[in-house]
Design a protein around this ligand. Structure first.
Ligand code: ADP
Ligand code: MG
Length: 299
C-alpha cells in the first residue's frame, strides 16, 4: 500500500465522524500563507506538495499564487492558465471560469499578474476584485497562499490576513535572520501572535530541530512569542529533479526522503486543525477576502 492510501485510512475514521457532524458544524476553511524572509528557500515547492498531500487525504485544496514578480506555481506544474485575475477585473471572465484544475485535484487561482499590482489598483477595483473572489462557488478546506519573500506591502498583506502563517526557513543563517525580521514586523505592527515553522533543505532531523530551536529562542526572548514547529523537509536531489520535470515531487517521487516529509507535514497540519475553532461558514473563505480588502499598511 502506498503512503497516501495508508494515510487516507488513518484519517478515514475521523473524516467519516466529521462528516456526520457537518450538519451541526461546518468545517472551517483554513487560509494558510506560506512565506519566508529570504527568497528561494522552497515556498512554492512546499505549497504544491503540501497541497498534493492534503488532497490525497481527501481535503479540497486551493492554491492562490500570490508571489508577485516571481509567481511560478504554473511553471512548476507545467500549466498555462488561459485566464487570470486580470480577466476577472476587466469583467471578461467570472471568477469560477479562471480556476485551473491541477494534479491530484488541486485547484489553482492564477492570480499572479493581476494581484501583483494590488497596491496600485484603485479602491474601486480592489473592492470589485475581492467581491469576485468571494464568489468562488466551490467548497474548499484549505486555501494555501504562496506569497513572496520578505516584508514588502503585498507580502505582509497576505500574511497579516491569513488564518495561519507557515514560515519556511533553511539552515542558512541569512534565512533565519530574515525569518526573524518577518516575525518581528508582523508581531509588532500587525499583532500576529501565532507563527508556524517548516524547516527546509535540512541534512538531518537534528539539524532541522536546531534551526527551530535557534529561531524559537530569539523570537521568544525578544518578542515573547512561541513558534509552533510543524516539521521539516530533507534536502533532496529528487526534489530538484521533480522541479526540472515540472511535476510535484509527490507525483513523481512520492517515496523519496523529501516526499515522505511532505506526507508527515500534511498529517501534522491536519492534526493542528482540531485545535482551531469551527466556524459556521462555508465556501471560499469570505472572511479572508474581506480582511485582505480592508488591510492597511502600518507605519
Ligand atoms: N528540500 C529541498 N531539497 C533540494 N532542493 C530544494 C529543496 N527545496 C527547495 N530546493 C531548491 O530550491 C529551489 C527554489 O525553490 P522554490 O520552491 O521555488 O523556492 P521559493 O518559492 O521560496 O522561491 C528549487 O527549485 C529547488 O532547486
Ligand atoms: Mg516561489
Amino acid at each position: 500500500m502506498d503512503q497516501a492510501s495508508t494515510l487516507r485510512q488513518l484519517v478515514g475514521s475521523d473524516a467519516a465522524k466529521e462528516q456526520s457532524n457537518t450538519k451541526k458544524k461546518k468545517r472551517r476553511v483554513r487560509v494558510i500563507s506560506i512565506t519566508s524572509g529570504k527568497g528561494g528557500v522552497g515556498k512554492t515547492n512546499i505549497t504544491i506538495n503540501l497541497a498534493y498531500a492534503l488532497s490525497s487525504l481527501g481535503r479540497r485544496v486551493f492554491i492562490l499564487d500570490a508571489d508577485l514578480g516571481l509567481a511560478n506555481i504554473d511553471v512548476l506544474l507545467n500549466i498555462s492558465p488561459p485566464y487570470n485575475i486580470e480577466h476577472v477585473l476587466s469583467g471578461e471572465k467570472n471568477i469560477n471560469d479562471i480556476i485551473v484544475n491541477g494534479p491530484a485535484n488541486i485547484r489553482i487561482l492564477p492570480a499572479s499578474s493581476g494581484l501583483s499590482e494590488l497596491a496600485e489598483l484603485s479602491r474601486d477595483e480592489q473592492v470589485k476584485l475581492f467581491r469576485k473572489l468571494g464568489e468562488i462557488d466551490q467548497t474548499m478546506d484549505y486555501l494555501l497562499v504562496d506569497t513572496g519573500a520578505g516584508i514588502a506591502s503585498n507580502v505582509l498583506r497576505f500574511n497579516a490576513t491569513a488564518d495561519e502563517i507557515i514560515l519556511v526557513a533553511t539552515p542558512e543563517p541569512t534565512s533565519m535572520t530574515d525569518a526573524y525580521s518577518v516575525i518581528k514586523i508582523l508581531a509588532t505592527k500587525y499583532h500576529v501572535r501565532k507563527f508556524n515553522l517548516i524547516t527546509n533543505a535540512v541534512e538531518s532531523r537534528k539539524e532541522a530541530q536546531a534551526v527551530f530551536e535557534r529561531l524559537h529562542k530569539v523570537v521568544h526572548d525578544f518578542l515573547q512569542i512561541n513558534i509552533n514547529y510543524v516539521g521539516f523537509v530533507f534536502k533532496d536531489p529528487m526534489l530538484t529533479k521533480a522541479v526540472r520535470m515540472q511535476k510535484p515531487l509527490l507525483e513523481v517521487f512520492p517515496k523519496s526522503p523529501a516526499g515522505k516529509c511532505f506526507y508527515a507535514l500534511a498529517q501534522q497540519i491536519e492534526k493542528d486543525a482540531t485545535t482551531l475553532p469551527s466556524l459556521d461558514v462555508k465556501g471560499s473563505a469570505p472572511n479572508f477576502w474581506d480582511r485582505l480588502l480592508h488591510w492597511k499598511r502600518q507605519k
